[in-house]
Design a protein around this ligand. Structure first.
Ligand code: NAD
Length: 445
C-alpha cells in the first residue's frame, strides 16, 4: 500500500518541509532523488550444498554534508524503496545532529536466523567485495542496523583490508594514494573495539535517545517523575533505552520483541535481568518468570495477561511509548487506540503519515526518529574521527560528548518548531534542510 511505502512517505515529508522553509528548487530536486542506487546479486553455496541467491542493496542518497553514511540491514522485508527511504532519513539525521556526513543505507533481503554463522559470514564478505568500489572512509561508511552487529562489521573491515592489500577495489581506484591504517579501519563504524570500534557505540542510540527525551521534557515543561514506559523491540536499541530510562527513574512496564512481550503494571524490576535471560533463551516472553523479574502478585492481578503479543505493546496504558523495532507499526489502524501521551521514535519510520495526523489531533507529542535515534550516527562519527586521528576515547568521554550533541540538536529542533509553528517532526526536517542548504550554497558560490 502506498501510504505504507516509506520512500513515498519520505518524499512527502521532504516536500512539506521544503515548502514551509522555501527551500531552493534545484536543491529540492537534488534531495528528491538518490545520487546512486546499487543492487547486487549474491549467490552463495549453503552448508547443505544447495545454491541460494540473495539480493543486496546500497543507496547513496546525498553527500553535500560529507561522505555517505548509513547502516546495513539484514531482514526479509528489505527492498529498494525501504532502503531509499532509510538513506534519505540518514541525510536528514546527519544534518540535524551536525555530523559531517551525507546519507546512505543498505541491506540484504534475508532472514538471518535461517543461516548458519558461516553462511552469514560468506554472504557478508561477498556483499563487501561487491561494494568495494563505492565504500571507503572518505566515500561511504556503512554501520550496523537491524540484525547486523559489530561482528558483521568486523568481517567487512577484514574483507576491505584484504582487497586493498591485494590492490583491488578502493586501492585499485586510488592507486596513487596510499590508504592509511586509520582509513582502512574507518571503512565501517560499529566495529568490535579490537578492530577500531569506539567505546560507547553499542549503547549510543539508546543513550542518545534518552538524552533527547530528557531535554525535550524540560523544554515542554513536563516532569519525568513516575512516568510509565512501554518499549517495542529489545535489540541493539530497545534494550539500552530500557536500561538508561530505568536509571533515570522511569517505570518500564512493557517490553516486547518479535516473538512476544511482557507487561507488568507495577514496573519491571530490572531490565538487565531480562536482557541476560533473552540472551540465554533467545526470546523475551520466555523471560518473565526468572529470578527477580518473576512477580506472581502481578501475574495474578493481570489475570494471565502478563505475556502479550508484540503488537499489543503499542496500546498499553502508558505515558511514553517507544517504538524501537521496525517501520510502519503505528498506522491509521491503531493510532486511535494509542494511549501514550508522548511517543519517542527510536526505530526509523515507525509512524505512517495518516497515523501522524491522527496522533496530532489527539494531542500526542511525537519526538521524531530523525532526531531521537541520531545518537547512533553521532557516535559513529566519533568512531570514524578516532580512526582517522589514531585516537581512542574512553566511554565516559564518548557519552559526555554525545550528551552535549543530543542536547544541542534537541534545543535547535525545539526552537525551529516554535519559530515555524510546526510539529517537532516538521521542525526536524526544516532544521536539516536549513543546514544542508547553507553548505550547498557555500559549495556553489
Ligand atoms: P535489532 O535487530 O538489534 O533489534 C530489533 C528488535 O526489534 C528485536 O528485538 C526484534 O525482535 C524486534 N522486532 C522485530 N520485529 C518486531 C515486531 N514486529 N514486533 C516487535 N518487535 C519486533 O535492531 P536495532 O539495531 O535495535 O534497530 C531497531 C530500530 O532502530 C530500527 O528501525 C533501526 O533502523 C533503528 N536504528 C538503529 C540504530 C542502531 O544504532 N542500531 C541507529 C538508529 C536507528
Amino acid at each position: 500500500m502506498n501510504n505504507e511505502n516509506p520512500w513515498i512517505r519520505a518524499k512527502q515529508q521532504l516536500t512539506q518541509a521544503a515548502k514551509k522553509l522555501g527551500l531552493d528548487k534545484l536543491l529540492f530536486s537534488i534531495l528528491s532523488e538518490q545520487d546512486r542506487t546499487i543492487e547486487v546479486s549474491l549467490p552463495i553455496q549453503m552448508e547443505n550444498g544447495s545454491i541460494k541467491v540473495f539480493r543486496g542493496y546500497r543507496v547513496q542518497h546525498n553527500n553535500i554534508q560529507g561522505p555517505y553514511k548509513g547502516g546495513l540491514r539484514y531482514h526479509p522485508k528489505v527492498d529498494m524503496d525501504e532502503v531509499k527511504a532509510l538513506a534519505f532519513w540518514m541525510t536528514m539525521k546527519n544534518a540535524i545532529v551536525g555530523v559531517p556526513f551525507g546519507g546512505a543505507k543498505g541491506g540484504i533481503a534475508l532472514d538471518p536466523k535461517t543461516l548458519s554463522e558461516n553462511e552469514l559470514e560468506k554472504l557478508t564478505r561477498l556483499f563487501a567485495r561487491k561494494l568495494l568500489d563505492v565504500i571507503g572512509a572518505k566515500k561511504d561508511v556503512p554501520a550496523p542496523d537491524v540484525n547486523t552487529n559489530p561482528k558483521i562489521m568486523g568481517w567487512i573491515v577484514d574483507e576491505f583490508k584484504v582487497s586493498c592489500e591485494a590492490g583491488s577495489g578502493f586501492a585499485r581506484q586510488n592507486s596513487k594514494f596510499k590508504i592509511t591504517e586509520g582509513e582502512l579501519r574507518a571503512v565501517v563504524t560499529g566495529k568490535p573495539i579490537d578492530k577500531g570500534g569506539s567505546e560507547g557505540r553499542v549503547v549510543a542510540t539508546g543513550f542518545g535517545g534518552v538524552q533527547v527525551f530528557l531535554s525535550m521534557l524540560k523544554k515542554l515543561g513536563k516532569s519525568p517523575k513516575g512516568l510509565t514506559v512501554a518499549i517495542m523491540g529489545f535489540g541493539n536499541v530497545g534494550r539500552y533505552v530500557a536500561h538508561f530510562l530505568q536509571i533515570e527513574g522511569f517505570k518500564i512496564v512493557g517490553l516486547c520483541d518479535s516473538r512476544g512481550g511482557i507487561y507488568v503494571s507495577d514496573g519491571i524490576e530490572d531490565t538487565e535481568e531480562i536482557n541476560k535471560c533473552k540472551e540465554e533463551k533467545g526470546f523475551l516472553s520466555g523471560c518473565y518468570c526468572v529470578g527477580s523479574v518473576c512477580d506472581f502478585k502481578n501475574k495474578k492481578k493481570l489475570n494471565g495477561r502478563d505475556i502479550i503479543k508484540p503488537e499489543d505493546i503499542l496500546e498499553l496504558p502508558v505515558d511514553i511509548l517507544v517504538p524501537a523495532a521496525l517501520e510502519n507499526v503505528i498506522t491509521s489502524r491503531n493510532a486511535d487506540k494509542i494511549k501514550a501521551k508522548i511517543i519517542l521514535e527510536l526505530a526509523n519510520g515507525p509512524t505512517t503519515l495518516e497515523a501522524d495526523t491522527i496522533l496530532g489531533k489527539k494531542g500526542v507529542i511525537v519526538i521524531p526518529d530523525i532526531l531521537a535515534n541520531s545518537g547512533g550516527v553521532a557516535t559513529s562519527y566519533f568512531e570514524w574521527y578516532q580512526n582517522l586521528h589514531n585516537e581512542h576515547w574512553t566511554e565516559e568521554d564518548v557519552l559526555k560528548k554525545l550528551k552535549e550533541k543530543m542536547e544541542t540538536a534537541t534545543e535547535e529542533v525545539y526552537a525551529v518548531s516554535k519559530e515555524y509553528k510546526t510539529t517537532l517532526r516538521e521542525a526536524a526536517y526544516i532544521q536539516a534542510l536549513k543546514r544542508i542548504e547553507k553548505t550547498w550554497k557555500t559549495q556553489n558560490s
